[in-house]
Ligand binder design. Structure first.
Ligand SMILES: Cc1ncc(COP(=O)(O)O)c(C=O)c1O
Length: 399
């Protein structure tokens, strides 16, 4: 039994998701085929992205974006040591593909109100080696995309949007993940939609699309626009198995694709439900006298129509180590919590081990880590009794 009465996510799969998954199992076609292609097509149509390719996780999508940037089949490929700007508030696999591609991350602090990269600080970090910005859209919110696009244009930078936490959010009515050359999405189980494990990468350029398609499948040419050209140069080889590029196997299964696609079809109602529940929970908690002036909530940035991942909570109390104590109590009282991504990533042991931390200070990210956390958002209608239970659990934890 779940030890939480308020988990990060309750079973996110509907009966029809399960039925679709079973039908795929029964068809015995489990490896990449029509279900994956259908999902990719739907994703492209809804987001108005140019190309979408499904992969086995959001992490794989980030890896493909970075690997594509250094790929020899790309006309303008990045070189070893080229710099990529990234917010300190990021996920592990937002960062590591940069290192794994022999590129250099340059950290920028975030805005403590929006949780996203502080646009004002980006310009100070730009030099001749700066080639790209990797944005992380945190928990459904977005930074000021007008500012980002201005910076991108002025300094001729590539933009990668890690949209793993923000599928469905819009900035000025345009979906996040459609601004940059590349974007990544995650369908891990607590995200806006879930396929168990799964992800999507979108890109704008036809050659990039075909490069990532080959990287996703062993580096072979089959099914890409390179296929005929490469074969004509190598007619002695079996056309089906010509490996013209480096590669991985990052393909999804058909079960993940069908479940993901089925959820994607109802994403608008899932977003609406989370938004309604978010408002109800905020109103309930803020009307509790004990909690008043002790907590507050992050709001969407200007021009953002959010698709909330979770409900991020700000602790207003100033006591030392307050967050650790509170989170412990909330967990004990049945509310599952998470840090806001992983806090200041330069403070994680891995970044220190790899010599990436450089002892620089990122006070806003530290503040967020020390004074905030997030809880899930149910995707089904919640009752008044349930709201009262949540409020009581918070009250008990803050006493
Ligand atoms: C910002 C961000 N990027 C990337 C990922 C990785 O996604 P996945 O778990 O699908 O590999 C996550 C995971 O939650 C994330 O929050």
């Amino acid at each position: 039994m779940n030890k939480y009465f308020y988990p990060l996510i309750e079973n996110p799969y509907s009966n029809s998701d399960i039925r679709k998954g079973i039908n795929v199992l029964k068809s015995k076609q489990l490896t990449l085929s029509n279900e994956t292609k259908k999902f990719e097509k739907n994703f492209t149509t809804k987001l108005k992205s140019k190309y979408s390719l499904m992969v086995n996780s959001g992490s794989s999508a980030n890896l493909l974006a970075l690997q594509c940037l250094i790929n020899p089949y790309r006309k303008k490929k990045l070189k070893k040591g080229d710099e990529i700007i990234i917010p300190t508030l990021c996920w592990s696999t937002s960062l590591w593909p940069i290192i794994q591609s022999n590129l250099k991350p340059v950290f920028v602090d975030v805005n403590s109100e929006t949780l996203n990269i502080d646009e004002a600080q980006i310009k100070n970090k730009i030099n001749k080696k700066t080639k790209a910005i990797l944005l992380v859209h945190v928990l459904g919110n977005s930074c000021d995309m007008d500012q980002i696009m201005k910076i991108k244009k002025k300094y001729n930078l590539i933009l990668i949007e890690d949209t793993c936490e923000s599928l469905g959010s819009k900035y000025k009515n345009k979906y996040l993940g459609t601004f940059g050359e590349f974007s990544s999405f995650s369908f891990y189980s607590s995200h806006q939609i879930s396929s168990g494990e799964g992800g999507m990468i979108c890109c704008k350029d036809k050659t990039d699309y075909n490069i990532i398609k080959s990287l996703r499948s062993h580096g072979w040419s089959r099914g890409t626009t390179f296929e005929n050209k490469i074969y004509n140069k190598n007619p002695h080889l079996d056309k089906r198995f010509i490996f013209f590029n480096s590669g991985y196997n990052l393909r999804p299964t058909e079960v993940a694709a069908t479940v993901g696609n089925n959820q994607f079809k109802r994403i608008d109602s899932l977003i609406r439900m989370r938004n309604i529940n978010r408002k109800k929970i905020i109103n309930k908690l803020l009307s509790n006298k004990i909690l008043k002036n002790k907590i507050d909530f992050y709001k969407e940035n200007k021009f953002v129509t959010p698709s909330w991942f979770g409900l991020s909570v700000k602790i207003l109390e100033t006591k030392k180590n307050i967050k650790k104590t509170l989170v412990k109590k909330l967990e004990k009282n049945g509310i599952e919590t998470r840090p806001i991504i992983s806090g200041n990533f330069t403070k994680q042991p891995a970044t220190i081990k790899y010599g990436l931390s450089k002892r620089k200070k990122y006070p806003n990210t530290d503040l967020i880590y020390n004074k905030s956390f997030f809880i899930g958002l149910p995707t089904k209608k919640i009752s008044n009794n349930y709201l009262t239970k949540i409020s009581l659990a918070f009250e008990k934890s803050f006493k």
